[in-house]
Design a protein around this ligand. Structure first.
Ligand SMILES: [Zn+2]
Length: 267
């Protein structure tokens, strides 16, 4: 009996050790980088409408499909999830849910801009990350269920989108914010190198689609559909290819850094 207990103890000890080792290996091997690509708008929501009448939703979708194609060609270990792959309407909060349920490591939302009526002509790309202050202010808010969808020429949260009645979505953690900033920097450089578009800078604002995704997140306004030269470029296959390549290269760059950091996080 004494020996039996001894052997049982030995078996349990090594079983525990064994399962501990494989657990670590499994965790590491399962750590496949997942990027969520979000083509803005879609379906009944056209987004902004260009000078020539083209819809934002019909520019950002081919760009996102190209990014996916390039990423899949480059690296079959990388997982690419699209919030939409066709011309369909997906609610903003659904996009965040898709990102979170797929354990995304990076969320990239692609849009086109339009100047406000009172503004002078504007051109160039803008990169947005979530504003932590505005996001914190919004912690007690939620989407007004009756105003979930409102056609708008702006991607920023309008007051109608949020109200005080119920509970808000999880706010971005500081670590996500720092990584989002890092990705925004990479993206700005790649855009400047690979596209004809002017850089207007990196901005912080409260974008619902960014707040809803609990991971590093950026939103790119690829150019202004209210500007003739930007619109011509955004509509062209060359423009869409250049933009897709800039975003694709930025994601690969970010992923390399992610994997480098991961090596040191393995215990
Ligand atoms: Zn948009």
């Amino acid at each position: 009996m004494k020996y039996l207990l001894f052997f049982l103890f030995i078996i349990l000890y090594f079983a525990q050790f064994e399962s501990g080792t494989s657990q670590t290996e499994n965790n590491y091997s399962k750590r496949v980088f997942t990027v969520i690509l979000d083509a803005g708008h879609g379906g009944k929501d056209p987004g902004t409408i260009g000078l020539s009448g083209i819809y934002e939703k019909n520019i950002v979708l081919p760009i996102v499909l190209k990014i996916k194609e390039y990423l899949n060609k480059y690296d079959n270990q990388l997982k690419v999830i699209l919030t939409r792959s066709t011309d369909e309407f997906i609610e903003l909060k659904e996009r965040g849910k898709i990102a979170n349920s797929n354990n995304g490591d990076l969320f990239v939302s692609v849009h086109c801009n339009y100047k406000k009526t009172e503004e002078n002509d504007k051109n160039g790309f803008e990169i947005y990350i979530s504003d932590l202050v505005k996001t914190k202010d919004a912690e007690n808010y939620t989407l007004n269920e009756n105003l979930k969808y409102k056609p708008s020429n702006s991607d920023t949260l309008s007051k109608e989108y949020i109200n005080f009645k119920s509970v808000f979505i999880p706010m971005l953690q500081n670590a996500f914010f720092r990584k989002s900033e890092y990705m925004a920097g990479i993206l700005r450089n790649e855009f400047a190198k690979s596209t004809n578009l002017q850089s207007r800078g990196i901005f912080q604002d409260a974008f619902f689609v960014l707040i809803g995704a609990s991971m590093p997140s950026i939103l790119i306004e690829c150019g202004f559909l209210s500007n003739k030269s930007d619109e011509d470029y955004l509509k062209s296959d060359k423009g869409q290819t250049d933009i897709a390549k800039a975003i694709y290269k930025s994601i690969i760059y970010y992923k390399m850094d992610f994997e480098f950091e991961n090596i040191f996080s393995v215990k």
